[in-house]
Design a protein around this ligand. Structure first.
Ligand code: ASP
Ligand code: MG
Length: 452
C-alpha cells in the first residue's frame, strides 16, 4: 500500500481535484490519500477565529460568508452531475453551519480555535471523496480524528495510530482508495487538535510509518526538493536522491517543501518518501531513502529569524557541569537550540524561538556573563554526504564565503551538515556564491557535471 499526500494548491481548484482523481486512479494498488485544506482556507479560518476571539461578531461572519461563497462556486465546477452537486451542497451547508455555530461561542477559547481550523481538511476530504463516489470510484473516507493521536506533549503516538488504522483498514478490504485528512488529530483529552501548520506532510509520514507502507508520496507543485532556494538563487535543480538524514537537515534548516518533522516516522520504519510534482507527474522528483547514490554536496538551505546568544564564564575553565546548567535553562523554557559552538570559556548558541529570550538571558546571567545577543541572523546550512569528501568541503565553503562575515561555524556533528551563522543581510549573497562554487564552478571546470 502507498500513501499519497496532496497539499493545498494541489486541491485548490476544481480542475486540480479532477487531475488528482486521474493521478490516483492511473496506477494500480491500494492507496491512502491524505489531503490538505484548499489553499487559503486554513488562513481564512484562523483569521475568522481571531475576529471571534476579539468578540467581533460582524467581522467573523463577514469572513465566513466570503469563504462560503468560494466553496459554493467551487462545487459548481467540481461535480459533473446533479446528484453529485446536491451531495456537495449538503457537505458545504453542514460544514458552514457548524462553523457559524463555532464562531458564535463565547468565550472563544483555544478549544474552539482548534476545532475551527480543523474544518478546512474536513471540507476538502468530504468534497473530494463525494466527487470520487460520483465518478464511480471505489473509495472510502477515513476520519483522521478516529485514528490520529498525539500525547500531552503534542507528540504523535505511532503505536496507537498503527492499531486504530490497521483495524479500520481491515474493515474495508475491498476499498482501493482511502481518503483522509492531513493536519488534524485528537489530543489525550480527546479534543480536536492539529500537527501544527503544514502538518499534512507529517500526517502522511505518520500513516506511512504506522502501516509500514511501500512508499509515501508527497505531491506538491514543484519538481522535488531543490539544491538551493529558487526564490533567491537563479540556477537551481531538483535533487534526485537524498538520505533520510540529509532530508531531515534540509527540512529543518529551511527547505520549505517539507514539514520538518515529516522524515522522522518514515525513517523510523524505513519507508521511502518521494516528492512529486502534480503539474509534471512524469518527472522523477526526489526520492528520500536509507541510501543515496547522488553527489556529495546535495543542497544549501537557509533558516532566518535566528537569535544568537553568547555566553562566557571564567569558571568554565576546566570546569564541568557548566554546559549542563546552560542547557537546563533552555530546557526549562522549552526552547530548542539549533547551533552551538564552544571555546574554553565560552559557548555560543542559536535559537529560532525568541519568545522567552528575556527570561532565558536573565537566568543565564545568574551564573555567566552574556555578550549582547544578535537578532536577525541566518543559518546557512550545507547538506550532503561529507564522509566521502571530507578534506575539500570546509575549504570550498569558506573560500566561497571569504567576503562575508561569519559569526559561527558548526561542522562535524554529523557527516551531513555544515552550518554557518551570518547576518541575514548577507543571506542572498551567501546562497548565490555557494551555489556557484559548490554546484557549478568546479564541475564546469572539470567538465564532469552539468546540472539539469
Ligand atoms: N492546512 C494546514 C495548513 O495550511 C495543513 C497543511 O496544509 O499541511 O497549515
Ligand atoms: Mg505544505
Amino acid at each position: 500500500m502507498q500513501v499519497w499526500k496532496f497539499g493545498g494548491t494541489s486541491v485548490g481548484k476544481p480542475e486540480r481535484m479532477h487531475s488528482i482523481r486521474t493521478l490516483i486512479t492511473s496506477t494500480e494498488g491500494r492507496k491512502i490519500v491524505v489531503l490538505s485544506a484548499l489553499s487559503g482556507t486554513t488562513n481564512a479560518l484562523i483569521s475568522m477565529g481571531e475576529s471571534a476571539k476579539a468578540n467581533n461578531e460582524a467581522e467573523a461572519t463577514q469572513k465566513l460568508d466570503e469563504l462560503k461563497a468560494h466553496y459554493d462556486s467551487f462545487i459548481q465546477e467540481l461535480y459533473q452531475t446533479n446528484e453529485g452537486l446536491a451531495t456537495g451542497r449538503k457537505i458545504v451547508e453542514n460544514e458552514f453551519s457548524f462553523i457559524r455555530s463555532l464562531i458564535g461561542i463565547r468565550p472563544f477559547t483555544l478549544k474552539q480555535e482548534k476545532e475551527l481550523v480543523a474544518q478546512g481538511e474536513l471540507l476538502s476530504t468530504q468534497m473530494f471523496q463525494a466527487y470520487l463516489a460520483e465518478q464511480g470510484e471505489n473509495s472510502v473516507l477515513f476520519p483522521a480524528l478516529e485514528f490520529m493521536r498525539i500525547d500531552a506533549d503534542g507528540e504523535p503516538e505511532l503505536e496507537v495510530i498503527e492499531k486504530k488504522l490497521t483495524a479500520m483498514l481491515d474493515q474495508h478490504p475491498d476499498k482501493q482508495l482511502i481518503i483522509t485528512q492531513g493536519f488534524i488529530c485528537r489530543n489525550p483529552r480527546r479534543q480536536v487538535d492539529n500537527l501544527k501548520r503544514g502538518g499534512s506532510d507529517y500526517t502522511a509520514s505518520l500513516i506511512g510509518g504506522a502501516i509500514r507502507a511501500e512508499e509515501i508520496q508527497i505531491w506538491t507543485d514543484i519538481d522535488g526538493m531543490h539544491n538551493n532556494d529558487p526564490r533567491i538563487v537563479k540556477r537551481t535543480f531538483p535533487i534526485r536522491e537524498l538520505t533520510f538524514e540529509e532530508a531531515a537537515e534540509l527540512a529543518y534548516f529551511g527547505a520549505k517543501i517539507l514539514h520538518p518533522s515529516t522524515i522522522t516516522p518514515a525513517k523510523m520504519r524505513e519507508v521511502p518518501v518521494r516528492l512529486k510534482n502534480t503539474m509534471q507527474p512524469e518527472a522523477p522528483g526526489t526520492l528520500i531513502a536509507n541510501q543515496s547514490t547522488d553527489r556529495e554536496i546535495k543542497a544549501i538551505a537557509a533558516k532566518d529569524n535566528i537569535t544568537a546568544i553568547y555566553i562566557h564564564s571564567t569558571r568554565m575553565l576546566n570546569a564541568y557541569g557548566f554546559l549542563r546548567r546552560v542547557f537546563e535553562v533552555f530546557e526549562k523554557y522549552k526552547t530548542p537550540v539549533d547551533m552551538i559552538t564552544t571555546s574554553e570559556v565560552s559557548v555560543s548558541v542559536t535559537i529560532d524561538n525568541p519568545e522567552n529570550l528575556a527570561a532565558i538571558t536573565a537566568e543565564l546571567r545568574e551564573f555567566a556573563d552574556l555578550e549582547e545577543h544578535d537578532l536577525e541572523q541566518s543559518i546557512i546550512c550545507i547538506v550532503g554526504n561529507f564522509s566521502a569528501d571530507k578534506e575539500g568541503i570546509a575549504l570550498k565553503v569558506l573560500d566561497a564565503m571569504k567576503h562575508i562575515p561569519i559569526r559561527m561555524i558548526s561542522y562535524g556533528a554529523s557527516e551531513h551538515n555544515l552550518s554557518l551563522l551570518i547576518h541575514s543581510k548577507y543571506k542572498a549573497d551567501a546562497l548565490n556564491v555557494l551555489n556557484e562554487r559548490l554546484f557549478y564552478y568546479e564541475d564546469a571546470m572539470k567538465g564532469i557535471f552539468t546540472a539539469p
